[in-house]
Design a protein around this ligand. Structure first.
Ligand code: V07
Length: 247
């Protein structure tokens, strides 16, 4: 199985270690079929399993998925309630697959204000997969890039005020140690960002971490985004000159 999917990629192609995806286009997908938005979210959730499995087989080390932003709370409450049930559904359906794939679940976001049941189910998935040694499936859940940076700045200000750090010592490394992605260690910064459904924006996703990432904007709506699309986008990543801003 692992060999099968790798055969579809150029054997010379470099595989991005950390792939981040903005899974956009679920509402539009549903609308096209004359269905309610939540039908698109449900189909999108099923696709998370397909793409996570493929990424794991391709040798991706971290797959970060933007599932819910701090701004999404302003959507109609019926939609928000549905979205908050998706992690419950997701782990209820796919936990055996995640275990079989040796996938480790992490969550990046402000989890303390989630509905109780959602928070518990997510925390349990993190706990139940903590010893898995395969790909990290990192859900950006109740995540916002600016909120993350503001939170880090506050933490550093508190430490400076109580004397545990010197303001002079604040540099990139110390700053990133206060970001929610510090749990990913040296893999915190995505090598490749994919946004589906043709929109070409960052929308407050991993603002700090995307500083040097390659970005691929794929026209496909997330529920239709296939393993072939993922392979194409990784080939595109491989073709780009990665110079990290230097000559
Ligand atoms: C959500 C499905 C994917 C497309 C984007 C919108 C709808 C999986 C999760 C999830 C989140 C945390 C977690 C496990 C699974 C999810 C939301 C929306 C809010 F620990 N899909 N998915 N969460 N969609």
């Amino acid at each position: 199985m692992t060999e099968d999917i790798r055969k579809r990629l150029d054997p010379e192609a470099s595989i991005p270690k950390h792939v981040a995806i903005i899974m956009d286009g679920n509402g539009r997908w549903a609308k096209r079929l004359g269905q309610p938005r939540i039908a698109g979210h449900k189909e999108g959730m099923n696709n998370v399993k397909t793409i996570a499995t493929a990424a794991s087989h391709l040798g991706v080390k971290v797959l970060s998925l933007y599932a819910f932003s701090t701004e999404n709370w302003s959507r109609p409450s019926k939609e928000v309630n549905f979205l908050m049930r998706l992690p419950v559904d997701f782990f209820g359906t796919f936990m055996p697959d995640l275990i079989k794939e040796n996938i480790k679940v992490l969550v990046t976001g402000f989890t303390d204000h989630l509905p109780d049941r959602t928070r518990k189910v997510v925390m349990k998935a993190v706990e139940d997969t903590k010893d898995n040694t395969g790909m990290i499936l990192n859900f950006a859940f109740n995540y916002g890039g600016r909120a993350e940076i503001v939170h880090a700045a506050k933490e550093l200000a508190i430490k400076a005020q109580d004397g545990s750090i010197n303001p002079e010592d604040i540099d990139d490394e110390l700053f990133s140690s206060q970001l929610l992605t510090s749990q990913l260690g040296e893999l915190a910064d995505p090598d490749l960002l994919i946004r589906t459904s043709g929109e070409e924006r960052i929308s407050n996703f991993m603002l700090w971490q995307l500083a040097y990432s390659e970005m691929v904007f794929d026209e496909t709506l997330w529920p239709d985004y296939s393993v072939d699309n993922l392979i194409e986008d990784i080939q595109e990543f491989d073709r780009r000159d990665r110079r990290f801003g230097s000559v």
